[in-house]
Design a protein around this ligand. Structure first.
Ligand SMILES: [Fe+2]
Length: 235
């Protein structure tokens, strides 16, 4: 993390359209949850091992897509307006290398002889913890350095257009997976803002599918009831 991202500068962030907040909250939550699972899973149990490795692969798939969306839709747009994205481009290259290394470690666990399995599991746990530490610092850089650069170069309407292009490029199944990660990570006001916007702007069948397949399954019952009452939908 460089001197531009010191904690005192966080207080100076402007209230402008935020491309990063929701999806980064979702990725932070999913990453922290996965780290806890990797630390506590019983790798002697085949079913538990399969479940945590599929959780890892889902996470890697979302994280790799997210990096690609930022490269194609955010970094290229900044470069087109003369803003350098060299730091975050390098960090994304490091992430891609890490995604491949983490997948290789998952495969190492799957093919390890019983006597080697414990060591392979510890390697994956440590590697994921190190990756997550880098990713937390990287997302901090984006939200405290890249976001102000976006606000300087684009209007809020232009930023909303960028976001629409990102969402439009994602297949529906993956959009649902992103929503399942993001919704429980948000606070109630953020959930209401995101889903209220969708309720007003998207076709009813799309909104209903998001509620049933992404929102209801990812929230505790009380949180879902509170949201349903704010959105005036059936709990
Ligand atoms: Fe990023």
């Amino acid at each position: 993390m460089n001197e531009h991202t010191c904690l005192t500068e966080i207080a100076d962030l402007k209230t402008r359209y935020d491309l990063y907040g929701g999806v980064h909250k979702g990725l932070r939550r999913a990453g922290c949850e996965l780290l806890l699972r990797l630390g506590s899973v019983d790798f002697a149990d085949a079913g538990e091992t399969e479940a945590v490795l599929s959780m890892l692969r889902l996470y890697l798939d979302l994280a790799a897509s997210h990096v690609m969306h930022e490269d194609l839709h955010i970094h290229q747009a900044l470069q087109a307006r003369g803003v350098s994205t060299a730091t975050v481009d390098h960090q994304h290259d490091d992430h891609r290398r890490d995604f491949a290394a983490l997948e290789a470690l998952a495969q190492e666990i799957e093919s390890a002889a019983p006597a080697e399995r414990r060591a392979a599991c510890r390697k994956l746990y440590l590697a994921f913890a190190a990756y997550l530490a880098d990713d937390l610092a990287h997302m901090h850089e984006e939200e405290t350095v890249t976001a102000p650069a976006l606000w300087g170069a684009f209007t809020d309407d232009e930023l909303m257009d960028i976001e629409r292009r990102i969402i439009g490029s994602i297949p529906p199944e993956k959009n649902m997976a992103f929503m399942r990660a993001m919704i429980p990570a948000m606070n109630p006001a953020e959930r209401e803002a995101l889903l209220g916007g969708m309720q007003r702007g998207a076709p009813a069948e799309v909104f209903n599918a998001v509620i049933e397949f992404a929102v209801r399954p990812s929230l505790p019952a009380a949180a879902f009831r509170a949201l349903a009452s704010r959105l005036r939908i059936a709990a």
